[in-house]
Design a protein around this ligand. Structure first.
Ligand SMILES: Cc1cc2nc3c(=O)[nH]c(=O)nc-3n(C[C@H](O)[C@H](O)[C@H](O)COP(=O)(O)OP(=O)(O)OC[C@H]3O[C@@H](n4cnc5c(N)ncnc54)[C@H](O)[C@@H]3O)c2cc1C
Length: 321
């Protein structure tokens, strides 16, 4: 093992008022690196504006040594290039830098890695040792074991591959306020449109109902919504359904969408292209509803219903009543 002291920094993703659930699998990965590295501390970095709620929710989480806080009006809305310039100098004191491989993480960390002049370990699914990880390649068709010799390991973590961090909540982490560096960005915040939904977040949902091109229209997605509401699930979609405008693109599951691993995944009118399967094949139970008995989705489904979704879904909804 390297002589350098091992220190881990987790960059927290949040809404300014609340910590996102995707940070907790990252803390699990961080604790695994810490175990491999022997004596090792885990700090978290919170950059935002009026982040007191986030700080409070993390200060009692076991295993966190320090909460580094950059609270500044300019960070009310994250602009990745500006946030990356804040992170890079702080990262110099650490051996590992982690965040969730969400859209935010994928936008932010390559910039941080470039500023630090190191490579990035992207979307890791397993920790082998303090410098070696497993990550999927070729849309999840192969797993690569990657060893990094970089002085700072910049890592994004696949949320669905790690258990959420369990804590007794008995900690009392030290808060350290950090003055922001001068903002150096060519980007300007214009506006943000947030989709509000009563349903669980797609990445963290226990049940996901996804619709594909077979659903046929935006209106027909009401059937998927009804099923999701009855099962308390989130709604997903194939890229074909998104491209056709049936649903918004934040619902896309797959290689270029969200990676999910719920207890139950119901694929309705989805053929099972490898790019879609890459985003949901780790689901515990997979149910496929498709009129084509040869559809590849049946190769990975635990339960397959061959038939017309417009017959099967109303029957299923009636049974659930
Ligand atoms: C680089 C790249 C990245 C990609 N990333 C993604 C990604 O992240 N996510 C993703 O999903 N795709 C992705 N794709 C696209 C992917 O290759 C497929 O084109 C897409 O997943 C197909 O979506 P689908 O299964 O809904 O449509 P189709 O393949 O057209 O399948 C529709 C299915 O519905 C069934 N069906 C039709 N009518 C009915 C009915 N009435 N009842 C029951 N079943 C019915 C049909 O039998 C068929 O199997 C990507 C492609 C590329 C090249």
């Amino acid at each position: 093992m390297s002589e350098q002291k091992q220190r881990i920094l987790v960059v927290i993703q949040h809404t300014n008022s609340a910590c996102l659930t995707n940070n907790f699998p990252v803390l699990t990965a961080a604790s695994q690196f810490a175990e491999h590295a022997g004596a090792c501390s885990i700090d978290v970095l919170i950059i935002g504006h009026q982040v007191q709620g986030v700080v409070e929710s993390l200060s009692t989480v076991d295993g966190i040594s320090r909460l580094l806080v950059v609270d500044e009006t300019d960070f009310e809305h994250w602009l990745s290039d500006a946030v990356a310039t804040q992170i890079a100098p702080l990262a110099e004191q650490y051996s590992h830098l982690l965040t969730a491989a969400s859209t935010t993480g994928k936008d932010l960390f390559p910039r941080v890695a470039a500023l630090l002049d190191v490579g990035q370990l992207s979307d890791i699914t397993s920790v082998v040792s303090y410098d070696t990880v497993i990550r999927p390649i070729y849309a999840g068709n192969a797993l690569a074991k990657v060893q990094s010799s970089d002085r700072i390991k910049v890592i994004t973590v696949r949320e669905s591959a790690f258990d959420t961090f369990t804590s007794q909540g008995s900690n009392c982490a030290e808060r350290v306020d950090i003055s922001p560096l001068s903002m150096n960005t060519y980007c300007e915040f214009v506006s943000q449109e947030v989709t509000k939904s009563e349903r669980p977040e797609l990445g963290a949902a226990r049940v996901v109902i996804s619709g594909g091109r077979g659903v046929g229209s935006q209106e027909n997605f009401a059937l998927i919504e009804q099923l999701a509401d009855k099962l308390g699930g989130a709604i997903g979609a194939s890229r074909a359904a998104v491209d056709a405008g049936y649903v918004s693109n934040d619902m896309q599951v797959g290689q270029t969408g969200k990676i999910v691993a719920p207890d139950l995944y119901i694929a309705v009118g989805i053929s099972g292209a490898i790019q879609h399967v890459a985003g949901m094949k780790e689901s515990k139970v997979i149910v496929a509803i498709n009129s084509d008995p040869e559809a590849p989705i049946f190769d990975i489904a635990d339960y397959g219903l061959v038939g017309d979704l417009f017959t099967i879904l109303p029957e299923l909804l009636a049974e659930l009543d």
